[in-house]
Design a binder for this molecule. Structure first.
Ligand code: NAP
Length: 286
């Protein structure tokens, strides 16, 4: 069976390695990014450059988006020169960006109005899993649409977990990122508390990672804490967005409010474009 012809919009920290894996797996991929120079490594690896969103929609069977936030995704879908302005019946759009459940349901509705299939497919995992093709993909879709997308998800992730209709996957994504925020806030507070009481961060991180409290994310973030350097894998501003979306979707637990305030404060201090682990730099001064 010939491979689906894919279009991809959004070549940031995540989109770039994800497209690279699709190319390596033999998919034909056309790409479109606001900042054109980010297309270069993918064009060198065999991707085609699309001149417009409309061209992408017209020439591809499945179009995927990996963009910053709800407003950007909506603009790409329904703007005057957006994807749906060139949509024809039977095409599929898969949104892998993290957006609100409400936005996902809205995108599903407007796609269906154009007889376009829509899949809500946010991912858990950051740049390294994106490079390794080991993301965890959360799928909200009709069963038929999910079948069509499976060969794509098999390349991008180690598992795709079907959770229900569009919108449900976005809810699952906000839930897992709440846990991520708690983990990183807890890790930062723990290391700083220990340091203030004479335990080196090397020793404290070793204690965490060797014991039952260590986990995937504490291991991944350990080198950045040791080097005190936080280039963005997952930008802190995106977690602020996700925690805000979780609150707006009804999360009202004891910890969400102080957690959100903590990351918002870090963003206001200028750490928004740093990695989310830069929360430790913000807390250090408090
Ligand atoms: P990123 O590096 O900030 O990239 C964002 C992408 O959106 C870029 O292609 C950017 O284009 C595009 N964009 C932003 N504003 C735009 C606008 N006004 N018009 C058109 N394009 C615009 O973000 P990322 O880390 O790849 O994350 C993408 C999505 O995945 C986000 O929703 C994020 O929450 C989610 N996510 C991220 C991670 C992670 O670890 N990084 C993990 C899971 C999920 P330019 O290149 O022109 O700026």
């Amino acid at each position: 069976m010939s491979k689906l012809k894919l279009g991809w919009i959004g070549l940031g920290n995540m989109g770039n390695p994800m497209v690279m894996n699709l190319l390596k797996a033999g998919f034909e991929v056309s790409v479109f990014n606001r900042t054109k120079d980010k297309e270069a490594p993918l064009l060198a690896a065999g991707a085609k450059a699309a001149n417009s969103l409309q061209e992408l929609m017209e020439t591809c069977e499945v179009v995927l988006t990996m963009l910053s936030n709800d407003a950007v995704v909506k603009e790409v879908f329904e703007g005057p020169t957006g994807l749906l302005s060139a949509a024809s019946a039977g095409k599929t759009i898969i949104n892998m960006s993290t957006v609100s459940p409400e936005t996902s349901r809205y995108l599903n509705t407007i796609c269906n109005q154009h007889n376009v299939h829509f899949i809500d497919a946010p991912v858990s995992g950051s740049v390294k899993p994106a490079q390794d093709g080991t993301l965890v993909i959360l799928v909200g879709a009709s069963n038929d649409d999910y079948e069509l997308a499976k060969p794509i998800f098999e390349v991008l992730g180690k598992i795709a977990i079907y959770v229900g209709e569009p919108g449900v996957a976005s809810s699952a994504k906000l839930a897992i990122n709440y846990l991520l925020g708690l983990n990183l806030q807890g890790l930062a507070e723990t290391v700083l508390f220990a340091e203030k009481n004479g335990v080196s961060k090397e020793d404290m991180l070793n204690i965490i990672n060797q014991g039952a409290c260590g986990n995937g994310i504490t291991n991944i973030k350990t080198p950045s804490i040791l080097n005190d350097s936080y280039p963005a894998a997952f930008a802190l501003k995106h977690l602020v967005k996700d925690l805000r979306l979780a609150k707006e979707a009804g999360l009202d637990s004891p910890l969400i409010h102080p957690l959100y305030d903590s990351y918002v404060a870090a963003e206001k201090e200028g750490l928004g474009d740093q990695d989310v682990m830069a929360i430790i730099s913000s807390l250090k001064n408090k």
